[in-house]
Design a protein around this ligand. Structure first.
Ligand code: ZN
Length: 361
């Protein structure tokens, strides 16, 4: 491992390895690369075909540890898995969300191993599955007992240190009716009419109260009804209706309390399922971790975000976490996703510096 490979080579291979439906091939690729570097590889199957990978590099001080994490899934889409480089950018699905950060982390680890043989403290490179729809890989990781002293989560932050963001709670609510022939609607119970009263209660009773909750950094929590589905055909009184609700949380709000607050404003016979949960991320901008990353970056470029990420899951499990990575969230999930290669280079230098400084207090 005398010579460190250019980051763009890692990035091109990561983008070419499609991971929008299953992360299996990407995890196998990462394991094949990292095992010869002396990593201890752990693969956790979260869902069929959807694994987490933990590559552990024991440190000279093995009592302390740091996690570099980037999720391995990308959003779907039928094209754009062939990476192309032009005008200093690499285009391709996942280029900025989050394979740019992942490639930069690989370069950083290889750089430090080449310089020092072993990192100063134990480094866990982690790729989690299914971040985009519920962060189930991250939830699985912490439920398995995995812990580190702190985590750097690679997401497209435009090289800003994101130290706080909102959380997300998604609920599916259902009303039950009784089907009947539409020529005799009085014989049935219309589940859509019942759901209309639920939606009205959300809009008039629940949403206005959110304005009373104010986080100094992130503003108000929000609620949005995103989908509604009910009935089977026009000549049948509908027996079921379902909606999906997206509630954004501010630091301090808890999943169970928020869900209970919503349900208490609705009729008692509304069924509910929590389908996705990303805890909010909140910490002081002067926290030791924020200062550590800003020191490695060489400047205090701090930001907050309205979107949620794995960092909230890790922080809720007691792992202080911040987000830092190349690329812009504006390009994430788009048809022309790209990352500026110069940003990827900066990120790889910052990650390497974080590892080098990891033994400092
Ligand atoms: Zn992402």
């Amino acid at each position: 491992m005398a010579q460190v490979r250019p980051t763009v080579e890692w990035l091109a291979q990561l983008v070419a390895c499609r991971s929008d439906r299953t992360e299996e091939a990407l995890v196998a690729l990462l394991a094949r690369w990292l095992e010869p570097w002396g990593a201890r590889i752990t693969i956790q199957t979260v869902h069929p075909g959807r694994p987490n990978l933990i590559a552990t590099f024991p440190g000279r001080d093995s009592t302390r540890s740091l996690m570099l994490e980037a999720h391995s899934d990308t959003v779907g889409g039928e094209e754009q898995f062939a990476p192309t480089v032009r005008e200093g950018r690499l285009y391709g699905r996942g280029a900025c969300d989050t394979k740019g950060a992942m490639a930069a982390m690989l370069t950083a680890i290889e750089t430090v191993l080449t310089e020092q043989g072993r990192p100063p403290v134990t480094v866990h490179f982690v790729s989690t599955c299914n971040e985009e729809l519920g962060a189930t890989g991250a939830h699985h990781l912490v439920a398995s007992g995995f812990r580190a002293d702190y985590a750097i989560v690679g997401e497209p932050t435009d090289l800003m240190v994101v130290y706080a963001h909102k959380g997300t709670l998604r609920l599916r609510l259902g009303t039950q009716g009784v089907a009947a022939h539409s020529s005799a609607p009085e014989r049935g119970v219309n589940a859509i009419y019942k759901m209309c009263r639920v939606v009205q209660a959300l809009e008039t009773n629940v949403v206005p109260k959110l304005a009373e909750v104010r986080d100094p950094l992130l503003g108000n929590p929000t609620l949005s009804v995103g989908t509604i589905r009910g009935g089977s055909q026009v000549n049948v009184v509908p027996a079921t209706c379902k909606i999906e609700v997206d509630r954004r949380l501010v630091p301090g709000e808890k999943q169970d309390e928020v869900a209970a607050g919503i349900l208490s404003a609705l009729p008692a016979d509304v069924s509910h399922v929590i389908t996705e949960y990303y805890p909010p991320l909140g910490q002081d901008r002067e926290s030791p971790l924020v200062r550590r990353v800003a020191r490695a970056l060489g400047e205090s470029r701090l930001a907050t975000a309205a979107w949620a990420s794995n960092a909230g899951v890790f922080a809720a499990a007691g792992i202080p976490s911040v987000l830092f990575g190349p690329g812009s969230i504006q390009q994430a999930h788009t048809e022309a996703e790209f990352v500026e290669l110069a940003q990827v280079e900066v990120a790889s230098r910052v990650y390497a510096e974080i590892i080098r400084q990891s033994a400092e207090p």
